[in-house]
Design a protein around this ligand. Sequence first.
Ligand code: AMP
Ligand code: ZN
Length: 472
Amino acid sequence: MTTIRLHNTKTRKREDFAPIDPQNVRLYLCGPTVYDRAHIGNLRPSLVFDVLFRLLREVYGKDHVTYVRNFTDVDDKINARAAESGRAIGDITAETIQWYHDDLDAVGLLRPTHEPRATDHIAQMIAMIETLIDKDHAYAAEGHVLFAVDSYADYGALSGRSVDDMIAGARVEVAPYKRNPMDFVLWKPSGDGVPGWDSPWGYGRPGWHIECSAMSLELLGESFDIHGGGNDLQFPHHENEIAQSACAHPTGEFARYWLHNEMLQVEGKKMSKSLGNFFTIRDLLDQGVPGEVIRMVMLGTHYGKTMDWTEAEGTLRKWYGILHGHGFGPDLIAALKADGKWVPDAEFIGVLANDLNTSGALSRLHVLAKGKTPVALAGFAHGLDMLGLVSDWAAIPQFDGGEAGADIAPAIAERVDALLAERAAARAAKDWGRADQVRDILTDAGVQVTDVGGQATWTAGPEFDAAKLEGL
Ligand code: AMP
Ligand code: ZN
């Protein structure tokens, strides 16, 4: 079995991954706060976990991985959006969740096993807060409940910082009801026009961090395998999750491995809503950038490195051309499966399993793409499938832009284009005989034609023979 290695933030080392239960490998990713379109930086953690999910399913079996990604649907940013737009909170969150699904579907992300919403788990959060108060890790004061960081000796262990360092580095909200300025909110009072629930501490709403502790407990148990998010969440969000879960359920270990992605940047600065230097997934899709290109660009940089946005469309166009050229589709894949040839390339899987080395895996695909027959290309196609770069084998994307014949002498490419124009003219004139003649010439020369939306594109297939087009 492939050994997966992961850089574990907790130990700051790359470690062999050993699941708690190989029959049920469990992951938790902190998901989006739903008040606006996701930008391309927000996509990164979900995409990294999508690749991790796919890899784990490949290694441990499709039905042996449970992946949870939450929706934060109670938050002051959502309340502010509702107040400024005059819209109902429920409408905003429902619409944003729909957008999130649409955008991520377009980039080929698999849906997680569970997508819990914070507002569906208020009772579990209240129960966990009560446990923390009972165990003297939290206290109620002026309608708030606060976690007492002094009650948890390991506070700060994930990011390796002392409490003093954290106070110095963080924007800590000082409040009269806090025993220590680092104490963080588990519950706070809600006034008019703000969502709230009845609780032992009055009408109010949860602080942000408690939802992930409560929902991971509910869906994954006291101990699970991998927890992730962007590295901007390490402190305070993940430190606080650990403190809550470890203190409420000291018999569990919470998350064994922590995976953090580095930031997507624009001109050296983190892409973020507050800096205004962002563009959304939808912006790119609307500009005609295919979801696969977005995916390809993102996978080109290891998740542990910062990345700037660059262009990878050319590679993908070439790769799809190869798949079209060798007749890849559901039938060919079924035939490869029947022959036992639809298996991952060992080196590809090995590279990917080494801390999700997606850029290394793409380099391996460049090598595998040189295969000359469908069987020799099976590992290449399987790798594209595994990385989610082909989501539907019945409809392998075909980009327009006319670079299909890039490796072919311009004079020959011009001849093919001229023949296609002639075929189109013959069809328009209902001269079916001539249209078929032209088609036969192209087929005989090994040119593969795909008609997409009334527009013909072509690639040089495996039997391509330029000589058959010369002297026509
Ligand atoms: P938010 O909706 O702001 O809570 O963010 C959702 C996820 O996106 C979190 O895991 C963040 O760490 C992550 N994230 C936000 N900005 C970026 C960025 N520029 N690059 C990578 N990840 C980001
Ligand atoms: Zn979280």
